[in-house]
Design a protein around this ligand. Structure first.
Ligand SMILES: NC(=O)C1=CN([C@@H]2O[C@H](COP(=O)(O)OP(=O)(O)OC[C@H]3O[C@@H](n4cnc5c(N)ncnc54)[C@H](O)[C@@H]3O)[C@@H](O)[C@H]2O)C=CC1
Ligand SMILES: O=C(CO)COP(=O)(O)O
Length: 309
């Protein structure tokens, strides 16, 4: 374990708090900043070795801009744990952090990490990815513990997109379970969902194999099969006939898949990339069709080869 480091967590939500507890258990000094708390951002990031952002997508650009105006040591490593896409630019959180801090190392942390289980100290594994192998290895040592196994990876975009894109498939999976469609249907949905994730992710520059790792397939398995996932909960409740507005009004925490689905649909249309599951989730959100009609549309698509469609 490295010497104690000063770790600043941005965001006091479910994930920020859980990650703070892991670093604290490894004897690091942890400060958690929240937009609603009394600690100023300037005081929070003063003397930081690591700044870890676990804020919702909607706050990332705004908070990164505020930090840009502060005095940050060139040695600070940024970690991003947000799973979302910017609605205006389609940038990922790490691209936003890297653009604002071009001389700093930026590390993506993503994996099958349902925060409630992590808070209960159940074992889990994750991935830390960066263009800088040294930064990724350093972050791995800060967060690794007997209950949190951290792998390094050199494809930050792929790792980040795995965690982000799977949220839309988790919504579809929740709907699949809400409609009681069975295990075969779920297996088909998740597998074809992964194909969609790879298709668009690779067109954006991610590596195919990254999607078959913990941050892609691993996170899909976790969120598509657990009612602890907020995205899954959204889909499940849609299948029960609730409106999206009603569901989001009562949901505890953030379901990033809703915004991600909208951003993905715009990009897929522009790039002419086929994303049938994402498209059906989008149409359900728009109130154009019900989850059951979405299922029928998916089942009645043209017959085609499994690959190269
Ligand atoms: N909860 C989980 O199991 C996991 C969540 N994530 C990702 O981490 C991110 C945060 O998730 P949670 O902590 O679960 O959500 P949450 O809803 O519990 O917390 C979100 C945090 O972001 C802050 N925030 C929101 N908008 C902001 C703004 N405009 N300015 C400043 N702060 C703002 C909130 O104040 C809160 O502290 C999401 O992108 C999520 O996909 C990733 C892995 C696991
Ligand atoms: O990404 C997650 C677990 O890895 C959390 O999923 P939800 O955001 O759907 O709760």
């Amino acid at each position: 374990m490295p010497n104690p480091k000063s770790v600043v967590i941005l965001g006091a939500g479910a994930w920020g708090t859980a990650l703070g507890a892991i670093a604290e258990a490894n004897n690091h000094q942890v400060k958690i900043w929240s937009r609603h708390g009394s600690l100023s951002l300037a005081d929070a990031v003063k003397d930081a070795d690591i700044i870890l952002s676990a804020i919702s997508m909607q706050g990332v650009s705004e908070v990164a801009k505020q930090i840009q105006s502060l005095d940050i040591s060139p040695d600070v490593i940024f970690i991003t744990a947000t799973k979302g896409l910017d609605p205006e630019t389609t940038c990922t959180p790490s691209q936003i952090w890297q653009e604002m801090f071009p001389l700093h190392s930026v590390v993506v942390l993503s994996g099958p990490n349902l925060s409630k289980e992590i808070q209960q100290e159940l074992p889990a594994a994750t991935v830390v990815a960066s263009r800088s192998a040294t930064a990724a290895e350093f972050v791995a040592t800060v967060f690794s513990s007997p209950r949190f196994r951290v792998y390094t990876n050199l494809d930050p975009l792929g790792v980040e997109l795995g965690g982000t894109l799977k949220n839309v498939i988790a919504i579809a999976s929740g709907a699949c379970d809400g409609l009681q469609l069975g295990t075969n249907a779920k297996a088909a949905l998740v597998t074809r969902g992964l194909t969609e994730m790879v298709r668009i992710g690779v067109s954006w520059g991610a590596k195919t194999e990254t999607f078959y790792g913990l941050s892609g397939l691993g996170d899909l398995l976790a969120t598509c099969n657990s009612s602890l996932s907020r995205n899954y909960q959204v889909g499940y409740q849609l299948a029960q006939g609730k409106s999206l507005v009603e569901i989001l009004a009562h949901l505890q925490g953030t379901a990033e898949g809703v915004n991600t689905c909208n951003v993905l649909m715009q990009s897929a249309k522009k790039q002419n990339i086929s994303m049938p599951i994402t498209e059906q989730v989008y149409r359900v959100f728009q109130g154009e069709i019900t989850p059951r009609q979405a299922l029928e549309e998916l089942m009645l698509r043209d017959i085609k080869p499994e690959y190269n469609d």
